[in-house]
Design a binder for this molecule. Sequence first.
Ligand SMILES: [Zn+2]
Ligand SMILES: [Zn+2]
Length: 175
Amino acid sequence: MRVYQKAEFFIGSEFITPKVGVLKVVEIVGKNKWGDALFGCHCSICHEVDPELYSELFFSTASDLKNGKIPCGCAKTPHHTERQNIIRVTRKTKEKNITFNGWANEYQGVMKTKCDLSCEICGYQWKTTSIRELIKNNNGCSSCAPSGYDPSKSGTFYVVEWTNIDGIKWIKYGI
Ligand SMILES: [Zn+2]
Ligand SMILES: [Zn+2]
């Protein structure tokens, strides 16, 4: 009971995030498995800038907050839930004309979950090594864009059929 009363006093506390947002403790949402009160926190940056990704409050304990552990997207290495990672992967693949078909294995966080992708241009289907790898690198479909996004480097393979005056045909090709 004493703990619960103490917890209520913590509501309204504010913490400054690494991105200079204000993380405000707004409510008690329950307890963690050790019996510590879990608080719902609102971030002035995360919830304002990206309400789709951060549609819920961030949860943390008073001691974690006091120790500078930032539960929101302002953290140096923010933790994302599975739902948030689906949004992040979908956004990233859309930029590259890639369809995200879902996880290629059981969801196990950003390091171990693979993404099942297919190219909207050529239909090529493949799996990434991890969510982290997909978010980090900017490679598109390796099948139809082997040289990435540099237009000066990309080549087009062409085949031209020629017919001369005598009606003899030959094929010319190059890159
Ligand atoms: Zn934040
Ligand atoms: Zn392709």
